[in-house]
Design a binder for this molecule. Structure first.
Ligand code: GDP
Ligand code: MG
Length: 443
């Protein structure tokens, strides 16, 4: 998959202390191949790779956590930008009803997407009306009626042989008199783009003036989806794209190219046949999914702001070798303190949910945190030998440490227990993932 290919590329970069121009060139060649294989438009690939390269060489990436991570960060940011940067919402009319017209080729998923959009809008408190303007196949009207019934959303239709423009116009009157604040028009498709189809859609557009024309394309068709988007946009003018069948083994090329080629944002993605399988399209999340990084990127970003890079590297190594000592623990606490809240940090790490639960009774606010001050005092009252091997801390040592730190023996017990839990968790995490190590972190 694209994610695996990119991960491989990044793996090669890792382990390099410094990146030479040759390293970057090699990585860019790999990224270029991976994108082309994922069926991303070649012009898009070309300018994308050029941009990444320019940034990777120009940026001060050697000062960051690791150069490889910095490259990943740049790729992630550029992928996000490529897909439109931020989430694009649908235009809602100041004066209802909001008119949404769904267009696209046959089988792309228009009718299903009408149902999904209806589900979503209904959840938001809207009162949608579906309009059956695909008059060429009687089964199409029936299909929409079945969906409407299932969702308890009314469907406007007219007798067989009616003109789609008339149906669309009449549906607006119906919406006005029935207080429907959103009208979603399901139009006919063809197997291929042709003049007749475009004419009909243009007529509907010119007569009902939709607030939103959404093109529905099938992600599985890759570059074809992008070509379809380009020609619909040229003829009709689109406000957005719904990319369906992203649950299948689509190679991702369409998601990456649509915005760059057409200038139209992807607004929704279809992720299944069910009527609730529609999600707003978040370019940043999509980019992370492609890079298979979870939220690790945001952690790295946050860490870059506050962590001392060397400390972070040491910690990472200790974590991986499972040689995490109380010194590291203290160090981490102090670093983490700068980040604000423990809860936020743990939330950003994949697989840390369990640890978060185990630490349940820890005060999550790290600034002016009493417990943290205690922990600091306790660890500082220990000898170096005790810090690196907690097993030797027997009863009499506990008493001494408690006295030395102005705490009670039960505080020492509690800390040691928490530390042991934490180590166990970490071992599980690094162990279970095998060779891959802590998810998202380089080896
Ligand atoms: P239309 O001809 O454009 O109206 O397409 P339909 O809405 O009738 O959908 C065609 C087929 O694609 C149907 O079998 C749908 O169930 C299926 N479909 C639509 N959207 C999705 C999706 O997001 N994921 C999957 N797996 N199937 C979808
Ligand atoms: Mg249909």
């Amino acid at each position: 998959s694209l994610a695996e290919k990119l991960q491989n590329t990044f793996k090669k970069l890792r382990g390099h202390g410094r990146l030479s121009a040759e390293d970057v060139n090699a990585a860019m060649r790999d990224i270029r191949m991976a994108l082309l294989e994922a069926d991303v438009n070649f012009k898009v690939v070309k300018s994308f790779v050029a941009k990444i390269k320019e940034r990777a060489i120009g940026a001060n990436i050697l000062e960051s956590l690791t150069p490889a991570q910095a490259v990943i960060k740049i790729v992630n940011e550029e992928l996000t930008e490529l897909m439109g940067g931020t989430v694009s919402r649908i235009n809602i009319a100041a004066n209802p009803p909001t008119i949404i017209m769904m267009v696209g080729l046959q089988g792309a998923g228009k009718t299903t997407s009408v149902g999904k959009l209806g589900t979503m809008l209904k959840k938001q408190g809207k009162h949608p009306l579906f309009v059956a303007a695909d008059v060429y196949r009687p089964a199409a009207v029936k299909q929409l009626q079945v969906i409407g019934k299932q969702l308890d959303i009314p469907v406007f239709s007219m007798a067989e042989g009616s003109n789609p423009v008339t149906i669309a116009e009449k549906s607006l009157e119906h919406a006005h008199s029935h207080a429907n604040d959103v009208v979603i028009i399901d139009t006919a498709g063809r197997l291929h783009i042709n003049e007749e189809l475009m004419q009909e859609l243009k007529f509907i557009k010119d007569n009902v003036h939709p607030h939103e024309i959404l093109l529905v394309v099938d992600a599985m068709t890759g570059q074809d989806a992008v070509n379809v988007a380009e020609s619909f946009n040229a003829d009709l003018g689109l406000d957005g794209v719904v990319l369906t069948k992203m649950d299948g083994d689509a190679r991702g090329g369409a998601a990456l190219s649509v915005k760059a080629v057409t200038g139209c944002p992807i607004k929704f993605v279809g992720t299944g046949e069910k009527l609730d399988a529609l999600e707003p399209f978040y370019p940043d999340r999509m980019a992370s999914r492609i890079l298979d990084m979870g939220d690790v990127l945001s952690l790295i970003e946050k860490a870059q702001e506050t962590f001392d890079a060397d400390e972070a590297k040491k910690m990472e190594k200790a974590l991986r070798k499972n040689q995490f000592t109380l010194d590291d623990f203290l160090n981490q606490m102090q670093q983490v303190k700068k980040l604000g809240s423990l809860d936020k940090i743990l939330g950003m790490l994949p697989g840390m949910g369990g640890l978060k639960k185990k630490l349940g009774d820890v005060d999550m606010d790290l600034k002016n945190n009493k417990e943290l001050a205690h922990i600091e005092a306790i660890i500082k009252a220990m000898t170096p030998a005790e810090r690196s091997n907690t097993n030797i801390i027997n009863g009499s040592r506990r008493k001494r440490i408690a006295a030395g730190s102005g705490t009670r023996v039960q505080d020492i017990n509690k800390l040691l227990k928490q530390f042991a839990e934490m180590k166990k968790m970490m071992k599980k995490m690094t162990g279970a993932k095998g060779k891959k190590g802590l998810k998202g972190f380089p080896k």
